[in-house]
Ligand binder design. Structure first.
Ligand SMILES: [Zn+2]
Ligand SMILES: [Zn+2]
Length: 154
């Protein structure tokens, strides 16, 4: 693996550290309600890699997982640092064998990737304006089976 392809990052308190190898398979931003709640902010930045191209260097024991079914009926698992609360990784049933890294957790230069897709624009915050080229009202993989709570409607 060339050094160029290596990116490190971690949580706020520094107990959890990881590295990723190569370019992401998918880089996008997401305005769904899950990402808004997961981050406590306006949108999520999803940087997906094949599972084997992410290595947790330390702090695995500090990670806690929260699992739920999203409203497409797929498993959604988020892992966050129990010490500082940073949301770091997630897996979703529509992307088998892949893990997403939370885009804001890479070490500087943090935003080294280029998001191509912007999904769930239907719940986008009005003051967020981007130059991401492909915009979707939901997601190409969205197939709702459970409308769930309004609060979580994504
Ligand atoms: Zn932490
Ligand atoms: Zn989302």
């Amino acid at each position: 693996m060339k050094d160029l392809d290596l990116h490190r990052g971690g949580c706020w308190c520094g107990q959890v550290r990881y590295e990723s190898y190569g370019p992401p398979t998918y880089a996008g931003i997401c305005h769904c309600r899950y990402c808004q709640l997961r981050t406590g902010s306006a949108f999520g930045v999803s940087i997906y890699f094949p599972d084997e191209l992410i290595k947790i260097l330390k702090g695995e024991q500090c990670l806690k997982s929260y699992k739920m079914k999203n409203n497409s009926g797929r498993d959604f698992e988020i892992r966050f640092c129990t010490n500082c609360g940073t949301s770091l990784f997630w897996k979703v049933g529509s992307r088998e064998g892949m893990t997403s890294i939370a885009g804001g957790t890479f070490d500087p230069p943090t935003f080294w990737y280029k998001p191509k897709n912007e999904v769930f624009c239907r719940s986008k915050c009005d003051f967020v304006v981007t130059d991401v080229p492909n915009k979707f009202d939901t997601s190409p993989m969205y197939s709702p089976v459970n409308t769930g709570e309004e609060r979580l409607g994504s």
